[in-house]
Design a protein around this ligand. Structure first.
Ligand SMILES: [Ca+2]
Length: 209
């Protein structure tokens, strides 16, 4: 028995049509081609990638973090993100206190990854309680896991703009540090590395070609 060519074509295209009808395909939002993740100028905690900024307070008891969008800013001057919290002095490196946003989001709100190979840098403006801050990219691995790749900046009470090369992000949490090797990025996060009462402010977060 032979199947006419036209029917074969229809059968071949059917899965594509079904995929196009799925709500998750039409509801997907992700990092704009411009690379601009968030200027906060809309006054809310939803990024230009359609995902919501989340306050992160993990790793040990007593860590707190909350966030909000407040007036003023760095380059885009209407609004910026403010993160406030506390890291117990004894928490050391176990504490995660900061803010995180995914680079893409499904219609149901689940986080998705984005290929950032069109970009070579991450730009952001930061000011806050003096100390070191960790800029982190969650990078998809071939086995499906996500590893945190870190770069470090020094925060001061004055706005400072940082332009971090993707090549400078390293996975340094394990026994064997790993240099940047590309891959799709699930999220951007900024964490305070210090302890005590900490407030820091973010603005103009973007991927740069
Ligand atoms: Ca702004």
């Amino acid at each position: 028995m032979t199947i006419p060519l036209r029917r074969l074509l229809v059968l071949a295209l059917l899965p594509l049509a079904v995929a196009a009808c799925r709500p998750r395909a039409t509801g997907m939002s992700s990092l704009p081609a411009s690379g601009e993740l968030d200027t906060f100028e809309d006054g809310n905690t939803e990024s230009a990638a359609g995902a919501t900024w989340k306050a992160i307070h993990e790793g040990t008891e007593g860590v707190t973090a909350s966030l909000g969008v407040q007036p003023d800013g760095f380059r885009s001057k209407a609004y910026h993100l403010v993160v406030t919290g506390f890291v117990p002095p004894e928490a050391g490196q176990r504490a995660l206190m900061g803010a995180r946003a995914a680079l893409a989001s499904d219609a149901d709100g689940s986080e998705q990854s984005v290929d950032v190979s069109a970009f070579s840098k991450v730009g952001l403006a930061l000011k806050g309680t003096p100390g070191t801050y960790v800029v982190q990219l969650g990078v998809n691995q071939p086995d499906g896991s996500i590893l945190p790749y870190n770069a470090y900046v020094e925060g001061t009470p004055n706005w400072t703009e940082f332009l971090l090369s993707l090549a400078d992000f390293k996975y340094d949490s394990g026994t064997t540090p790993q240099a940047w090797s590309g891959g799709a990025v699930r999220y951007v996060a900024v964490y305070a590395a210090g302890t005590g009462d900490i407030t820091f402010e973010l603005d103009d977060l973007r991927f740069v070609p």
